[in-house]
Design a binder for this molecule. Sequence first.
Ligand code: SF4
Length: 206
Amino acid sequence: MGEKTKLAVSPAIQAGGSLFTPEQLAKIGAVAGADAKIEMTSFKQLYIEVLLDQQDAIKEELERSRLEVYPAGFATKSLIACNFCKGVEEAGLETARVLNQAIAGIETPTPLKIGYAGCALGTSEPLLKDIGVVKMRDTFDIYVGGEAKGLKAALGQLLISGLTREGLVSAVTKIIDIYKEQAKGKEKFSKFVDRITIEKLKRIAA
Ligand code: SF4
């Protein structure tokens, strides 16, 4: 048996949430093989164990089925978005897709979760993510440093409000870049935010 690796697989960002079609699930089962381990993660990605030397071919085959395939482990996860129940326009589906394209699958010092909510009800729990985006009428707010795990769980702090779509994508990208550049080893993102300070991060992301 050859060396194995994991691929992170998710459906497209869409109205209705993380929906797989029966064909997509059948495809995942077929490419993974009868003995594969397929894990449902807490961040809306399926982790599929595949043979290392087959990963490129499997990735292409999954993408042909309109699935998105990203690295597993120490990388930004695909955007953890809400169900867009207020409608694709009002909840900002297109912006969420653009943001996901810009930020998913980037190698980072620790796995990074980025959440998106299409309104202030925040049913996708963006304030519990490392970076959380909330659409407020026609603009977007960014929260940072949310921590869902452990006894010191904490809500993200408001970093910037009133951003346009372009401003949002640019700011989140800059936050990820600075984390990559200045994290100390495998420093957790919430600790990094505390060390760098909200004020400095705000200046960098602006
Ligand atoms: S965050 Fe708002 S728009 Fe998104 S699913 Fe929840 S209630 Fe609906």
